[in-house]
Design a protein around this ligand. Sequence first.
Ligand SMILES: Nc1ncnc2c1ncn2[C@@H]1O[C@H](COP(=O)(O)OP(=O)(O)OP(=O)(O)O)[C@@H](O)[C@H]1O
Length: 304
Amino acid sequence: MQEVILLYNPKAGDTYFRFELDEFIAVFNTAGYDTRIFRSRAKGDMAAYLLKADLSNVAAVFVAGGDGSINEVVNGLMNCKHKVPLGVIPAGTSNDFARSLGFPSEYEKCINLLANMQMEDVDVGCVNGRYFINVCGAGLFTNVSQTVNIDLKNLIGKMAYYLKGAGQLPSFRPFKLRVEANGEVYEDNFILFLVLNSGSAGGFKLATDAALDDGLYDFVGIRQVSLPEMTLLLVRMLKGEHLKDKSVLHLQSNHFLISSENIQDDLRESDVDGESGPLLPLEIDVKPKALSLIVNRQNLIVAE
Ligand SMILES: Nc1ncnc2c1ncn2[C@@H]1O[C@H](COP(=O)(O)OP(=O)(O)OP(=O)(O)O)[C@@H](O)[C@H]1O
């Protein structure tokens, strides 16, 4: 019998996924697989487990957690010699990436859809040598998920992110950014930027025409704007029309060089899939279709 591996982060989201382990084993057993389970004890455990595990008889690896856990497992899998497909169960707080795949948040439905084992090859980003699957960015609000207290997040969920984000506003200063992509150089004052695969971050669909398998990532940068301009931008964002706004720089490329001379020290560290990432300057490459992902084909956003 082939095996599947289930890695779960017991501290992710509301921590309730642990009550679904029996359901997962039963569904995959019916589908013809034995399940190997790994419970992480600390950050880094899941990637370390994958690097040591025998994956020769493994049909797929599943991770139950949020974007940070997915990032860890993507890095583990990208560094393994066996190419094994990945499935994600949205058991985190924000679940930006899992939601972009169209899986339902009810665990039972999600597990049953995953057991269909429908697969697509998707792009993976690499920033200064570290892989990311959904988003890399810096500036206002971008490091909120990594700096929030884990117990507060477990207790009040996404509200903890909003509170932390509001706390950044008083001391925030816009910064000059230099972006090189597609042979062009762009320089201006920004408040934040994100480089996206699925197009979604923080619960917003920011890059409306992004696809997971087009070999391109979307750069979305928000320029320094006045408060009234910001209000207009938020309205356009809710309507999905913000990419045409003059306060937004939108680029698509497979390679970006991003630097800033005057970004404040506490924002110089990038955020990578909700975790702390490398310091600016950043060199971002897209590895086209480098990972096989288990998808819900009806809801998947892929290139035409
Ligand atoms: N057993 C553990 N105890 C504490 N932290 C862990 C454990 N296992 C993994 N981690 C780390 O917990 C952090 C947060 O996990 P994760 O991002 O999966 O959940 P989340 O923050 O609730 O969800 P989201 O990122 O979608 O908002 C990650 O850095 C992950 O590596």
